[in-house]
Design a protein. Structure first.
Lengths: 144, 144
DNA sequence: TTGCTATTGATATATTGTTTCAATAAGGAG
DNA sequence: CTCCTTATTGAAACAATATATCAATAGCAA
């Protein structure tokens, strides 16, 4: 998992100790297909017999966010979600059930951005385009 | 405040009783300039000497959301925020410095949504388009 | 006014997030 | 490899937000 190695090296090279908590949280993030909440990570680790305090998980996530290695998001209820930083700006297709997120390519909103800059006086430097829905696998699950 | 009357009539015409809790929560929403959290409403009412249980506030908000009279959002930490429905779905121009948000009109991404449904198998039910930038006033402030 | 029942507030509980602090372990020095 | 410093940790207490339950209440139709 070269992604994982890259992250831990980033931590080291910024002078941070490579501790158990950091290693484990980073590993879970690398293994996850999409967004995870702090308590998702906590439970995943617990299930693997690894105990990392909730506070530490938040601390690691905060640190990884500061280093731009992880992105923090929130959508729907249930607090903030995290995942490995992706290249480029955010164009996502997010499953509102399981949190899986797929990126997609260009979106064609740049002309609109230009118009908005002119009409609003804002200096736009970023945009998100995000679709929410049910992924194929969640569509087939039984509703409880 | 005709907005307020419209909301209460909507409730009545859907067969819901016009109760104290519904009236008060609706009124606060009508008076507010922007987004409010459930506890913001709770405290606003308390300050006016009106007691409405937290549970009821959530119930009223849920109901108003179902009737599409209120929109639920979340940005930043601190849970969900609510405000009266605006026309159209969420297309915002957000100042990354001061948080001011301006809505803007239609965005033309629906064709893209269709394409994505076909190529991904997702069942899309919502989207966000959000631009981030510096609003005119923040452009003139000194950087710290 | 009365009676039915949708609706409520209180309460308990769950979930998410932050703070504090003594104990621990990472990793450089020797 | 061992010691030492101190960055980092986990536990626990706390705070804020959200939901479930249930007996009591208040809307509203008749």
């Amino acid at each position: 998992m070269q992604q994982y190695t890259k992250l831990t090296e980033q931590l080291r090279s910024h002078g941070y100790r490579l501790t158990g908590a950091r290693v484990q949280v980073t590993r879970i993030l690398c293994e996850a297909p999409g967004y995870l909440g702090a308590y998702d990570i906590y439970n995943a680790l617990k299930q693997q017999g690894i105990n990392v305090g909730v506070a530490s998980i938040y601390r690691v996530l905060e640190l990884l966010c500061q280093l731009n290695l992880v992105q923090r998001e929130e959508f729907g209820s249930g607090g903030e979600k995290f995942r490995l930083s992706q290249k480029g700006h955010t164009h996502q297709l997010v499953c509102s059930e399981c949190g899986v997120a797929k990126e997609f390519g260009n979106c064609g909103v740049n002309p609109l951005a230009k118009d908005l800059e002119n009409s609003s006086g804002f200096k736009i430097h970023e945009h998100w385009l995000r679709f929410f829905g049910l992924c194929p696998s969640c569509q087939h699950k039984q509703p409880l």
